[in-house]
Design a protein around this ligand. Structure first.
Ligand code: HEM
Length: 518
C-alpha cells in the first residue's frame, strides 16, 4: 500500500518540481531580471521608453519603421537614419545619447559613445560578452553554432582555427579565382546587353558573383552546388526570421509552427549538399588524388576535425554549421557593399571617371593582381565612403554575461548593448556638415583602422574575420567593372533603402551599361 502511494507520489513530486522550476525560470527571465536591470540602469541616469509586458518596445519600433519606410525616398539622398532607425532618432532626442529600450523582454542599451564602444569591443570583454539567447535561437536552424553565433570558450577556439584561412598569404592565392569569376560575370553582362537592352539589375549579378567566389575559394565547390546552397540558405533565413517573430513569448519554441516542417526540410537539403562537398574533399585524400583536404576554409575545418584536442574539437555537425555560417556571411554583405558602391558611382560620374583613370594607370591592360591592390587608393576611399553611408551591418549587438564596468557605467549581467553603426556613421558632429554627402575625399590619407568612428566591420578581436577578404574582392570586382563598362543609374531606380538584417536597396539597383572594350 505504502509502496503504491510512493509510486504515485514520487513521479508526481518530480513533475511538480520541474513545473515549478519552469515557472520560476520564466518569471525570472521575463520579469525579475529585466526589472533588476531596468532599476540598475535608471539609478545611473539611463532611461528609455516604457516597455509593455512581454512585447517591450517591439510594437513601437515596428509602427515607426513601417511609417518611415512605406514610401520610396523622393531624391537619391543619403540621409537615411530617420528612415531606417526612426525609433533611434526619437528616443535619442528624448533620453539622450544612451538610452534603454526593450526587444520583447530583452533589455537593450543603445550606446553611441565611441570611447566606450572601443572598450566594449576590446579583448578585455571578448569572452564575457557575445550573442544573446534570443539572437542564437533566432538563427539556430540557419547558422547554428558557427562562429557568428558562438560565445565564450567555444568562440575563442573557433576563431583561432578559422582565422588563418583569411590571412594575407592565403588571400593572395585567391586573387586569380576572383578575377576568373568576375570575367564570367562580365561576359554574361555583355551577353545580356547584346540583346538590345542595356539595362541590368546589378545587385543580382553581384550576389551571384560573390556567391560563386566564396564557393570556389573556401569550399572547392562548383558554382552550381554553391548556387543551390545559397538558394536554400536564403529560404531558410527568411523562414527562420518568420518563425522567430514570436520568440519573445515564453515557451513559443515549443508551440506548433507552420514554418517548422519546411525549415526541417530545407535544413536536411542544405546539409545533404554540404555533405556531398565534404565527402568529395575527403575522397580526394582517401584515394590519393590529393595530399590535403584543400587550402580553403573547408580543408582547414576537415583537418581540424581529425584532431582530438583537449577541451575543444570540431565535430561534423559543427563543421556543417561553420560552412553554413561562411556561405552566408561571406557573400551577402559583400554583394551589398558592391551594389551600393555601383549605385553611388552611377550617380556620381566624376568619381566614376576618377576611379576608372586610377585603375587604368595602376593595372594597365592587365586584370588586377594582389600587387596592384594597395595602389588603388582612390578606389579604397570610394569603398570606405560607401561602407560609411551604407554599412551592410547597421547594428552591432553584445550581451554582457557578467557584470562589467564601461567608462562611468556599471553594466549588469544580462544587459545587451546595441551599437547603432549607421547612426554613428551619419553623425554630423563626427564627420562634419557634409555628413550625408558622398565625399570619398574624407578618407584621403586616412587608414580607416585609425578611426574609431568607422565600424563597418566592427573592431577588436570579434571584428569581421573576412574583412581583408571582402576588401580584396571588392577592389578586384570594381576595378574590372570600371574598366569594362561605364554605368549610369536607370530612371527605373527607386531609392528605397531598407534594413532587413542587412541594409538593402528594396528594389535592387538597375543601371545602364555602356561597354568600353571587349
Ligand atoms: C563588405 C562585406 C562585409 C561586411 C560589411 C561585414 C561585416 C561584419 C561585421 C560588422 C561583423 C561583426 C558582427 C558583430 O560583431 O555583431 C562581421 C562578423 C563576421 N563576418 Fe563579416 N562582413 C563582410 C564580409 C565577410 C566575409 C567576406 C566573410 C567570410 C568570408 C565574413 C565572415 C564573418 C564572420 C564569420 C563573422 C563573425 C566573426 C566572429 O564573431 O568572430 N564577413 N562581419
Amino acid at each position: 500500500m505504502v509502496f503504491m502511494a510512493l509510486m504515485i507520489l514520487i513521479p508526481g513530486a518530480v513533475v511538480l518540481s520541474l513545473l515549478l522550476r519552469a515557472v520560476w525560470i520564466t518569471i525570472s527571465c521575463y520579469y525579475l531580471t529585466p526589472k533588476r536591470i531596468r532599476r540598475a540602469m535608471a539609478e545611473q541616469g539611463v532611461h528609455g521608453p516604457d516597455p509593455r509586458f512581454l512585447v517591450g518596445n517591439l510594437k513601437d519600433i515596428a509602427v515607426l519603421v513601417k511609417k518611415t519606410t512605406s514610401d520610396d525616398m523622393e531624391v537619391i539622398g543619403h540621409d537615411i537614419v530617420g528612415r531606417l532607425m526612426p525609433h533611434y532618432v526619437l528616443w535619442s532626442k528624448i533620453y539622450g545619447k544612451r538610452f534603454m529600450y526593450w526587444y520583447g523582454s530583452e533589455p537593450r542599451l543603445c550606446l553611441t559613445e565611441t570611447n566606450m564602444i572601443k572598450e566594449l569591443l576590446s579583448s578585455k570583454y571578448a569572452q564575457i560578452t557575445g550573442r544573446s539567447w534570443l539572437q542564437q535561437q533566432g538563427s539556430n536552424h540557419f547558422v547554428g553554432q558557427g562562429l557568428l553565433m558562438a560565445n565564450g570558450h567555444s568562440w575563442f577556439h573557433q576563431r583561432r582555427i578559422v582565422s588563418p584561412a583569411f590571412m594575407a598569404d592565403r588571400l593572395k592565392s585567391h586573387a586569380g579565382y576572383m578575377v576568373t569569376c568576375t570575367k564570367t560575370m562580365i561576359k554574361s553582362m555583355h551577353d545580356a546587353i547584346a540583346t538590345g537592352d542595356d539595362e541590368v539589375e546589378i545587385g543580382g549579378y553581384l550576389t551571384r558573383l560573390t556567391g560563386d567566389i566564396i564557393s570556389r575559394t573556401e569550399f572547392d565547390s562548383s558554382y552550381e552546388k554553391g548556387r543551390q546552397i545559397f538558394q536554400l540558405l536564403e529560404r531558410l533565413q527568411s523562414l527562420t526570421a518568420l518563425s522567430s517573430r514570436y520568440l519573445w513569448i515564453p515557451g513559443s519554441r515549443f508551440l506548433p509552427s507552420r514554418f517548422r516542417r519546411e525549415i526541417k526540410q530545407m535544413k536536411v537539403r542544405v546539409e545533404r549538399l554540404l555533405m556531398e562537398i565534404i565527402q568529395s574533399s575527403k575522397d580526394g585524400v582517401e584515394i590519393g588524388r590529393s595530399s590535403s583536404y584543400g587550402r580553403g576554409l573547408l580543408g582547414m575545418l576537415l583537418s581540424e576535425a581529425q584532431k582530438k584536442r583537449e577541451g575543444f574539437s570540431y565535430s561534423l555537425p559543427l563543421v556543417m554549421d561553420e560552412c553554413k555560417t561562411f556561405f552566408f556571411a561571406g557573400h551577402e554583405t559583400s554583394a551589398l557593399l558592391l551594389t551600393w558602391t555601383v549605385m553611388l558611382l552611377a550617380t556620381n560620374p566624376t568619381w566614376q571617371e576618377r576611379a576608372r583613370a586610377e585603375v587604368a594607370q595602376v593595372c594597365g591592360d592587365d586584370p588586377p593582381s594582389s600587387e596592384h591592390l594597395p595602389k588603388l587608393t582612390l578606389l579604397t576611399m570610394i569603398i570606405n565612403e560607401s561602407l560609411r553611408l551604407y554599412p551592410p551591418a547597421t547594428l552591432l549587438p553584445r550581451m554582457a554575461f557578467e557584470d562589467i564596468r564601461l567608462g562611468d557605467l556599471h553594466i549588469p549581467k544580462g544587459l545587451s548593448i546595441w551599437i547603432p553603426v549607421l547612426a554613428i556613421h551619419h553623425d554630423a558632429t563626427i564627420w562634419g556638415e557634409d555628413v550625408h554627402e558622398f565625399n570619398p575625399e574624407r578618407f584621403a590619407g586616412r587608414s580607416f583602422a585609425l578611426t574609431r568612428h568607422f565600424l563597418p566591420f566592427a573592431s577588436g578581436p570579434r571584428n569581421c574575420v573576412g574583412q581583408a577578404y571582402a576588401m580584396m574582392e571588392a577592389k578586384i570586382i570594381l576595378a574590372m567593372l570600371l574598366s569594362s563598362f561605364s554605368f549610369a543609374i536607370s530612371n527605373n531606380y527607386r531609392h528605397a533603402p531598407i534594413n532587413v538584417l542587412t541594409l538593402k536597396p528594396k528594389y535592387g539597383v538597375p543601371v545602364h551599361l555602356r561597354p568600353l572594350r571587349h
